[in-house]
Design a protein around this ligand. Structure first.
Ligand code: ADP
Ligand code: MG
Length: 162
């Protein structure tokens, strides 16, 4: 089960972080947020905004040398970056379910998403960069996100794309 897509547009990295903070207001332990899109599309900026809203005070950087970084917030916040191809093999080897902590919230940056690997319930955010400043964020909710969709739309109304 999937929601209708929600299309957002931001024009600064701070706006992308603010939109992510609004999403963070609706997350629950065990949630998985999948971020897809090219390098520089804004995936890490999004994680920074969400993590900050979840009480993480440490700076969130791209987890280049490790597959998963854990941050202490109001809940454990996991930042996974499988953008690089060799990381995908690690995810395949470990199994995505074993990477995930039911007590935490996971943000997974993924280049080309492998749908079959995703948990049934997740929020997907597809980023694109029409120019230097603008970013399109196309969100779709799966499973447990469906009953939250109206609240998510309300929280993000400011960034809804024309
Ligand atoms: P990714 O993780 O997808 O590679 P990052 O968040 O690390 O992307 O980088 C996004 C880059 O784009 C940053 O250099 C940021 O300053 C720039 N940028 C410009 N406009 C935006 C925007 N509206 N939202 C997010 N990032 C933006
Ligand atoms: Mg990144």
């Amino acid at each position: 089960m999937t929601t209708a897509p929600l299309e957002l547009e931001t024009v600064t990295p701070e706006e992308t972080r603010d939109a992510a903070a609004a999403v963070a207001g609706l997350v629950a332990p065990g949630d998985v947020v999948i971020l897809t899109g090219e390098l520089g599309a804004g995936k890490t900026s999004f994680v920074q905004g969400a993590a900050r809203a979840l009480g993480v005070t440490e700076p969130v950087l791209s987890p280049t040398f490790v597959l998963v970084r854990e941050y202490r917030g109001d809940v454990p916040v996991y930042h996974v970056d499988v953008y690089r191809l060799e990381r995908i093999q690690e995810v395949l080897d470990l199994g995505i379910e074993d990477l995930l902590d039911p007590a935490g919230v996971a943000f997974i940056e993924w280049g080309d998403v492998i749908e079959q690997l995703l948990p049934t319930s997740h929020l997907e955010v597809r980023f694109s960069a029409p120019d230097d400043q603008r970013r399109r964020l196309r969100m779709t909710g799966h499973g447990s996100w469906i009953p939250r969709w109206e609240r998510l739309e309300s929280a993000l109304v400011r960034w809804v794309a024309a």
